[in-house]
Design a protein around this ligand. Structure first.
Ligand SMILES: *Cc1c(COP(=O)(O)O)cnc(C)c1O
Length: 235
């Protein structure tokens, strides 16, 4: 193994161990938690190495970069997750490659996804992005408006609304993010209890490098980790 590959492999193992540890603490089945490796800061070559190490779920926050990397990695069996703000004019291209869209923040965007998915003959899994901490600079629905939007999105054809996503504020102490994750879980439970047609609340997409262990303890099923995987690497 090259040094680069060795380091990546060790980082990946460490993150997976962190997820398992958090599952034990939170009494969750590790099978129910999936790591989405966020490759936005690394080259196609590093992304390729991740796939070689068995990490086949990858995330990008920019549509153009997602499409570019997918084209360069066309032979690999990758499950792509779009995790960043998505403009309606990019929906068609993103749907051609991405099975998950975590960052749906309006009914209008969901409507466009539905329409384009129908034309392409695909059924993407989408999550509603929630701005739990009500930060001004952030995209996302407010928790208050989420049940209503979920109800409307559930009526749309050609997509499955499978959960909620959030980004916690950046803080020095990961423990401070816990209330945000608890709130997202409670919101998802509330929506699940409404039994809305076309809506399942199977997934909670929460947790990044700074706070993924806390997020998993609180019930995350999709954790989006970037920097922790690439420490020490020439990216
Ligand atoms: C970049 C990014 C991540 C990963 O962040 P790290 O701190 O590098 O783990 C997760 N989610 C979103 C939406 C991102 O843009």
């Amino acid at each position: 193994m090259t040094n680069q590959l060795q380091m990546l492999s060790e980082n990946l193992a460490r993150v997976r161990e962190g997820i398992e540890r958090a599952c034990r603490v939170g009494r969750h089945d590790p099978e129910g938690v999936r790591l989405v490796a966020v490759t936005k800061t690394v080259s196609v070559e590093v992304a390729q190495m991740l796939v070689g190490l068995g990490q086949t779920e990858l995330g990008e926050n920019r549509s153009q970069e997602l499409i570019r990397k997918d084209a360069r990695l066309a032979d690999a069996d990758i499950i792509w997750h779009m995790i960043g703000h998505l403009q309606t004019n990019k929906v068609k291209k993103v749907l051609a490659v991405s099975q998950f869209i975590h960052s749906v923040d309006s009914l209008r965007l969901a409507g466009e996804i539905s329409k384009r998915a129908g034309a392409l003959g695909v059924t993407p899994k989408i999550l509603l992005e929630i701005n739990v901490s009500a930060e001004e600079a952030k995209f996302g629905l407010s928790p208050d408006q989420t049940p209503e939007v979920a109800s409307e999105v559930g009526k749309l054809p050609n997509l499955n609304l499978v959960g909620l996503m959030t980004m916690a504020p950046f803080v020095d102490d990961a423990e401070l993010t816990r209330p945000v994750f608890v709130q997202l879980r409670e919101l998802s439970e509330k929506i699940a209890h409404m039994n809305l047609p076309g809506v399942t609340m199977k997934h909670l997409s929460m947790g990044m490098t700074q706070d993924y262990e806390v997020a998993v303890e609180e019930g995350a099923t999709l954790v989006r980790v970037g920097s922790a995987l690439f420490r020490g690497l020439k990216t």
